[in-house]
Every structure is written in C-alpha cells, then in structure tokens.
Design a protein around this ligand. Structure first.
Ligand code: 16G
Ligand code: ZN
Length: 546
C-alpha cells in the first residue's frame, strides 16, 4: 500500500504531479476497483487520526453505489453519523496525495491544527473510544479493500471494527450508535430493532381513513446489491400482516439493468419486473446498489403501447408526501402548544421537477430552498429548520430534526396524538443520511395514514412537467462555472444568454447547464409544457455547448 514519489536519476524525489492528484468528491473517492487498495488504506489512516483526535468512532464505507460492479469507492463518516466535514475532506485529499516520503510532514501539518484539548487527550492516552468502523457493499473487491482499511487504521493503534456487508445508511447509523449509546445498539440487529419497533408502534396508532385505498404490498428491486440480504433480515422484524414485501433482483449482476439509477435514467422497468402482472399494476420500489436511494414506480401498462416504460414516483414526490404528513401533525401541535414554533422547510436541487416546487410553495405554503447537487449541501440546508426535509429527484433523501424538536417532541412523553406521531416518525427515519429501508417504512406509513393508492399519490398532488436530461462529453468541464445553486452559468461567457433566449421560446419552460461533479461531462436539464417542446429545447441547448 505505498505510493512512492517519482525519483529522478539524481535520486531526488518529487511529489505526485497535479494531473495525477485525486480529489475527495461528492461520492468520496471512486474508481475502478484495482486503483483503490492504496486509497482505502490512506483513508482508513485519516479516519484513525480523526478517531484518535476526537476519541470517537469514525466510519469508512467501501462502496461505489449505483456504479458498475467493477468499480469501487470509499467514503468517510463523521462521529455524528453525518457525512465527513468539508475541512476533513480537504485533509483526506492531502493525505491520499502525499507520497510515502511526504506523509510524515503532511500528518504533522494536520496535527498542528488540532486544539490543545485534542492533543492532551492523545498524549494522555485517552483514546479508548477511538474506533474505525468499516463496512462494505457486495462487490467482489470488497474484502480485499476491507483488509487495506484494517492495515491503514493499524498504524495509529486504533480499534478496527469490521461490520461486514452493510448498506451505506446502516454504517452511518452504526457509527452514530457507537458514539451515542442511548441512540441504538451499534450492531445490525440494533439498527433493525430501533427502526422496526418505531414502525410497529406508529402502525399501532395509525388509522386508515374510511374508504381507504391503501394496499400494504410492495415489490422491491434490490439492484442485485446489499439491499437484498439486509432487507431480508430487517423484514424478520416486520409482521407480514402490517406490510408484505416481495424482493426481486437479489442475486444477478450488480446494478445491471436494474436499480434506482437505471430506472430513473432510462425510465424503464428493471429486469425481473418486465412481463410481470404485479409490476404493471402494483406498487414497485427500486433501491440503488448500496441502498441509500429509493424510488417508487409502476408500469405504464399495455394501453400506453409501451410495456417497458415506467411511471416514476421520484424523490420530489416522496418529499411532498412526507411534508404533507408532517405539516398536518405540526399544525395540530401549533394549535395546542402556542408557545412553541417549530419551523419546517423542504430542500431541493435544480433537478426538482418545477411542478413539485410550485406545489410546495403555492398549495402547501411551505418554504423551499434550492441548493447545489450533492447530499452534503442538502443535509446542511435542512439542518437550519426544526423539521428539514430534503430529497434529490434521484431518490436520495431523509428528514432531519433540530434540538428544539427533540425537547418539544421527542423528549416529551405524551398521549397527544400529533406529538406521538411526530416522535415515532422521527425514529422510523434515519436522520444520518438517506436510507432506502427507513424511507420505505416511512412512506408506507404516510400512504396508509392518508388511505392512498398509487393513483391517489399521483393525482392528488401535482402532475410532473415533462423534462429531459442530456449528457454532453467535453474536453474540460472545469471551464463551466455556475452560480445560483447551479441554475445560472457564469462561464464560459455568453452561454447563459443563449440559454435564456432558448428558454424564452417555450411555455412553462426552465433549463440549466452544469458541469457534472462525477464525470467529465456537462449535464443539460430542460422542462417545458409538452414532451415535444422539452425535446426541442433540450436539443437546442445541446447545440449551445457542442
Ligand atoms: C453524487 C452525490 C449525489 C448526486 C450525484 C450527482 C452524494 C452522496 N452523492 O453521487 O447526491 O446526485 O453525485 O452527480 O452526495 P453529478 O454531479 O455527476 O450530476
Ligand atoms: Zn447509493
């Protein structure tokens, strides 16, 4: 696991050249698996440094989510269970890019930044809670990378906890549980028990309204990933008469022809759902490879003339469902406890369907905030509210609750129904990060509460406006600079003006162009009043960047 600098014939050592530098991106480090052992080793090393500094558990997750099976990646998790702080993303980048020769000085520079308290804790050996907690998805490269992580964290003598094959949100939850023992037991069973017991209790106090059309039956596309084995275990805690869940795509090739990313981008049925009657009529759900994303869908049916196309119930529609349920409870609460005011907001990105944003603002009268792509931006903005709901249209999202919410609701034992509902809902949800299992349970509970079928969930809110996404390969995406939460291009000069002119030609239209954070492409997003106009707008914008 070493990375020597380039040596000249005189024996002088150079650092890693700029073009070979690796950066901790929105998804951590992600590459073809062969490239990763060294990177994972160094990341675990960074994690152990941080664990020792804070005398806490730090997480290392080995996954490449929805990417192909031959890829892998690594992300670090902060002690609270949240994603790594931005400051430490920078440190991780520096340590991963240091040559073996440069490493000691890179570490010294980092240690210089530590506070006196942290230094004295380390020198007095007060590091008994320092742990690196490491999990992996089902990729075959996982076990080897796990051993690289073990070796990396051994350098600082920090305990290493191998939690094996888990979903990304389970790892986040376990890290939080190590650091806050009252939260849950830091094991898979601890996670299953905490979420399922809140679900069962909430089920017990949820009445279906008269004339309910709710169906407690769901078919899940597991993307042939870690969602499959862990969901089977989780479901042992959920009685089948409360919710019946069938699993598909459990053992084939990871993310191939299935999974939330495939369904979202292709808008097609995943494999094992095609030609199935239930797939067409029923309530279907798709996870991604590490089960931190969830989408609902159903077949459009034979009458649409296209038996493979799906109707999507995306992250926006899920966010609106949560918002309606939580708002109803919060309004009731406000009527009783007039001395408390709990705020609620919904965080979206530029990709949110315009119809959803209009519905939230105009009909629900809830504040919306648009932030740049990437979960950390959404999570941070959501934390400004007492109840902060965030979702990317691609299905990554959750709800976060403030300290004020905790004291008014969670720590206030109460027989008042709205308070119990809020308290239990907040325990079904995994606040640390978007979680397909927890979101699934929370969504089903909201649908049951409203007595809604898929038709109801679709028709009672808003109709998605037609939209399109186009990828355009470019030589250098770094020349594209955006502002206004990625909705306006500042550079290259003149492009934004052409976008504005094109957009003005169509009704109810909206469009933006942004550089991808994960691939060397720019992405075009366009919306307009009809499918044809959306295609026309998308095509004309393609000409702008080509
Ligand atoms: C990363 C982000 C995801 C975002 C995607 C956008 C996290 C954990 N993941 O996968 O939220 O939707 O990047 O990719 O933040 P893009 O920049 O290529 O459009
Ligand atoms: Zn994922």
């Amino acid at each position: 696991f070493s990375r020597a600098g380039n040596t000249t014939h005189t024996g002088e050592v150079f650092s890693i050249p700029q073009e070979e530098q690796l950066a901790y991106g929105t998804a951590g480090f992600r590459f073809r698996a062969e490239k990763l052992p060294f990177i994972v080793f160094r990341c675990a090393y960074v994690a152990s440094l941080r664990a020792r500094q804070l005398d806490s558990a730090i997480g290392v997750m080995i996954t490449a989510s929805h990417n192909p099976a031959a890829d892998n990646g690594v992300k670090l998790v902060d002690p609270s269970g949240d994603m790594l702080s931005q400051q430490w993303e920078k440190y991780a980048t520096e340590i991963v890019n240091a040559t073996d020769e440069d490493l000691p000085s890179a570490v010294r520079a980092l240690e210089k930044q530590m506070s006196q308290v942290e230094k004295s804790r380390i020198s007095s050996g007060q590091t008994k809670n320092a742990r690196v907690v490491c999990g992996m998805d089902t990729r075959i490269s996982g076990p080897h990378l796990m051993s690289a992580a073990r070796a990396g964290s051994a350098l600082f003598n920090v305990q290493f906890v191998d939690v094996g094959i888990v979903t990304t949100p389970m790892l986040h939850y376990t890290v939080k549980s190590f650091n806050e023992p009252e939260f849950a037991e830091p094991t898979n069973q601890g996670y299953y028990r905490a979420i399922s017991s809140a679900f069962r209790e909430l089920y017990g106090i949820t009445q279906e309204p008269e004339g309910s059309r709710y169906q407690p039956h769901v078919i899940v596309d597991c993307a042939n990933g870690v969602g499959a084995p862990r969901l089977r275990e989780f479901l042992e805690h959920i009685p089948r008469d409360m919710l019946e869940i069938e699993l598909r795509n459990e053992r084939g090739e990871l993310n191939h022809d299935c999974g939330a990313d495939f369904v979202k981008i292709s808008q097609k049925m995943p494999t094992e759902f095609r030609n199935s009657e239930e797939g067409k009529e029923g309530k279907c759900v798709s996870f991604d490879g590490d089960a931190d994303r969830i989408l609902y869908f159903r077949g459009k049916g034979a009458e649409s003339g296209d038996s493979e196309s799906v109707e999507l119930f995306d992250g926006d529609r899920i966010a609106v469902l949560f918002a309606m349920y939580l708002k109803e409870q919060l309004d009731e609460f406000a009527a009783i406890k007039t001395n408390y005011r709990l705020t609620m907001g919904i965080i979206q990105t530029a990709y949110a369907n315009g119809a959803s944003t209009r519905f939230i603002r105009d009909s629900l009268k809830i504040e919306t905030v648009i932030v740049p792509t990437g979960v950390k931006h959404l999570h941070e903005a959501a934390s400004e509210f007492d109840v902060g709901i965030y979702f990317e249209a691609n299905g990554h999202g959750t709800v976060v609750f403030s300290e004020q919410f905790n004291s008014a609701i969670r720590r206030a034992p109460s027989s008042i129904m709205c308070i119990r509902r809020l308290a239990l809902f907040s325990r079904v949800i995994n606040e640390t990060v978007g979680d397909a299992f927890a979101d699934l349970m929370a969504i089903e509970m909201c649908l049951r509460h409203f007595g809604w079928s898929m038709d109801d969930w679709n028709q009672k809110l808003y109709s998605d406006v037609p939209n399109i996404q186009i990828k355009v390969p470019v030589d250098d995406r770094s020349i594209f600079k955006t502002t206004n939460a990625e909705q306006t291009l500042l550079k290259p000069d003149g492009i934004q003006k052409r976008i504005d002119e094109d957009v003005a030609k169509f009704k109810s239209s909206r469009a933006f162009i942004r550089p991808s954070g994960t691939e060397n492409i720019v992405r075009i997003y366009a919306e307009a009043d009809t499918v044809e106009n959306t295609l026309l707008l998308g095509k004309s914008l393609e000409q702008v960047v080509l």
